[in-house]
Design a protein around this ligand. Sequence first.
Ligand code: PLP
Length: 429
Amino acid sequence: MNPLAKELNDVLAGSLAAELLSDYGKRMYFPKGIISQSAEAKQKAHTYNATIGIATEKGTAMCIPSVFAEFKGDLSRDDVFPYAPTAGEMALRKIWLEEMIRKNPSMVGKKTSIPAVTGGLTHSISIAASLFLDKGESIIVPDMYWGNYNLVFTEQREAKQVSFPLFADGKLNIDGLAKTIDSIEGAHVAMILNFPNNPTGYTPTISEAKALVAMLVSKADQGKKMLVFTDDAYFGLFFEEDVCRESLFALLCDAHENILAIKGDAATKEEMVWGFRVGFLTYNAKGMTESQYEALVKKTMGAIRGSVSSCSKPAQSILLKGMKSKTYHQEKAAGVAEIEKRYKLMKQVLSTYAGNPYLTPLPFNSGYFMSFVCAGDAEKLRLHLLDTYGVGTISIKNAFLRLAFSSTDMDEIEDLVRIVYKAAQELFA
Ligand SMILES: Cc1ncc(COP(=O)(O)O)c(C=O)c1O
């Protein structure tokens, strides 16, 4: 093992994170190579700095003017062209954490790591999986989940996805999750929970969230050592009064020594910058010290360095400037309000089809999507909608059909729903 990995493991010794690390996670370290020598030179090289692996002139990044001309606003060449630090721009990491605490009041006064920037939430999930999941280990995933988990957990990590029904009697299936936790052999239990959920558009209500946290804490009390990864891709898109508006991560912060909470979130949907590829990874476990959080971030940086090396600099600079703008909160709220209007209309239109025998909406109260349980083959329905009506939808496991109200304009929703029900009747009647 590299001595630097051993150093980090020594710092982490005794923590839950150390116990849950995968083999790769244990071996991971951040090399004291070019990056840290360059950082040292930045501070001390007063005469010449011949360390940096970019091209500069008079101390600023060289560039092709035609490329730079596409960057409007007040971005400098150095905001756009150099590499970003491995864990991301510190100013962006700090503002992301400040915003996280502002949106999640349960986090006030609780220590977490400083969020590390990744190349999007998929990258956050992939890095966390590499650091904490070994081949053959289990990870609990609700039956309604984002299909890309298969590539990360099953194919990349060769882990075993253990499933449970997300709903029981139209409510969050907390009991099902509890039983699934009990069914995992040994003390270590990993899970990923995604709210607002893709594909259902469901977020626990306030009382469900409380019960979920209480259940997880009771399992921790019983000696289960849990990694709870919260996939917060659609955080903030909450459309009903009784919906829990805080991340499960926030509710689990400092909840128990046996719970390592990992928040995967991203600017992707939260800031409507899908193609920017800026995500974050944040850690919390009760009792972890600042130096242990730093060691965990160093391991995360090793995983970033060894995969994408560093994440997009212009995306981070643009995002940071945008988030610091005086009108940022107001503009963001306007975007959320527009999606909420579509959600409300979707609910209203669907209510006129209540009791329809062919399509039954699953509970939804947030996010981008709603899904139907189909009375027949959902893939056949998807193809029928596409070929006969030119309507694009997503079929899942041949049983569910997902509609994105996030990408359907107000004046299209009623007609979209009409066509979907008509097509379902044509196929399933
Ligand atoms: C539940 C969920 N998690 C993660 C992601 C990935 O986000 P990103 O584009 O930031 O990688 C998505 C994107 O569709 C998603 O639906």
